[in-house]
Design a protein around this ligand. Structure first.
Ligand code: MN
Length: 221
């Protein structure tokens, strides 16, 4: 009886903790991206880092006007005046939802469809595009992100520091992301150690081009 009461109390407490902002469910198993991205990295990245951004965001927005925004609108509301805890954790939640959805098992290879054509038209070839993307990855000092975005109707490779993203008015680069790469060390260090270039090369084995194509089509509208 006492145990049952504890269980009931636990359930009630779990449900009274406000959790407006949440992680998207991971659309594949932790080991599904092996060997490009290893199981342990995925478990820690999704289960601890991403979760911490969501938990900390919910704490940071409690009682603020941002509490009522959608996660997407929260990104679009970030200015220099936004409290750092909301900017960083809000970006952390959205960026990781976007990144993890942008990966898939049995994916990668060459981009097809309209996005594939636009990449070739913009950079000359997929190979050249990957070179430029890698430059942006290696050129990001410290922690941050690389993005393939649509800006002004054109494809661009962009990079942001920390958990900023191109949707934020405060960001130096602005656009609508269609693809992203997390270049924080926590995203690759267990398997690749300091070799961010190798991690970036492996990324192309697990890119969800179908989703990127869909997002590209929407971004042009
Ligand atoms: Mn990360």
């Amino acid at each position: 009886m006492k145990n049952l009461l504890f269980i009931l109390l636990f359930i009630v407490m779990e449900n009274t903790v406000s959790a407006q902002f949440s992680q998207d469910p991971l659309p594949y198993a932790f080991d599904a991206l092996e060997p490009s991205i290893d199981k342990t990295t995925m478990e820690i990245h999704y289960g601890r880092h991403h979760k911490a951004y969501a938990d900390n965001l919910n704490k940071a927005v409690a009682g603020t006007p941002q509490e009522k925004l959608s996660l997407l609108d929260l990104q679009k509301s970030v200015t220099a005046q936004t409290p750092p805890a909301i900017r960083n954790n809000g970006g952390g939640v959205w960026n990781h939802n976007f990144f993890f959805n942008g990966l898939a098992p049995n994916a990668g290879g060459e981009p097809k469809g309209a996005l594939g054509e636009a990449i070739t038209a913009t950079w000359g070839s997929f190979t050249q595009f990957k070179e430029e993307f890698k430059k942006a990855s290696l050129g990001r000092f410290g922690s941050g992100w690389v993005w393939l975005s649509v800006a002004g109707g054109k494809l661009v490779i962009q990079s942001t520091p920390n958990q900023d993203n191109p949707l934020m008015p405060v960001s130096e680069v602005k656009g609508t992301p269609v693809l992203s790469l997390d270049v924080w060390e926590h995203a690759y260090y267990l398997k690749y150690q300091n070799k961010r270039a190798d991690y970036t090369d492996s990324f192309w084995n697990v890119v969800n081009w179908n989703l990127a194509n869909e997002l590209y089509g929407k971004a042009l509208k």
